[in-house]
Design a protein around this ligand. Sequence first.
Ligand code: ZN
Length: 268
Amino acid sequence: MLFGRYDLFIPIFCSPEIFCYTVFMPAQRQFRFECPDGDIIYTVQTSLRAKHVRLRVSPREGLVVVVPQGFDRSQVAGIVAKRLSWIRKAFGKMPVVRSPEGLLPQTLSLRSIGEEWCVFFEVSRKPECCFVEKPGRILEIHSLPGGLNTQLDLLREWVKRKAVTELLKKLDEVSKQYGFLYDKGAVRCQKTRWGSCSTKRTISLNMKLLFLPPGLVEYIMLHELCHTVYMNHSQRFWALVEQKMPDYIVYDRAMREASRYIPQFLQW
Ligand SMILES: [Zn+2]
């Protein structure tokens, strides 16, 4: 699998004595780390799946410290203090979040398939809210006055449908090109993963891939297809990726910056 956003994994020792029996979890409570260069605000989330502490920075949630269940939360401030330079760098790379109204795009650059769409938002008093595709790659979003959330939902729905058609077609082509078999393809809107491959060889692709350049999309698909052979990131896995795509490292590095291609309304 491949992660998006800016994630930092920190190995920790979790001794059995610090197992926490408290069920109450102030999931959205914000903490402040006071710092002369500007305070850092963060939230702490407990994850049942997490084995290590992870720092995550995104425009929507800011800094989130993900901790394994039972982790001693009094250590979190110390971890934030140690990772200040990484946190500041990650925040520096974030696109500026605009007001909700500013999230509505005028154009959509579907780089993966080389299509540029113009978007028009039509407000009417008719009860039906829908999107309409017109010749010349024009997308009209029809909604009621003040229906910003409906407009955003319709846009996301259109992107999802487009992604299902285009990305699954591309996955089929890439699998044939590189000689892989998979069971099923699916498109999701994951928050942190670009793609994943299950033990049943179902490949899930993030609909946001639609906005990435074709080379990066091909790399993600190849990466997940290689997981149909090795369900891990072992040396043998990477050797297979390299055998199929000798310059994969260029794309793998470029994926670190790939969230800049994603429009604001999908990051909100
Ligand atoms: Zn992987």
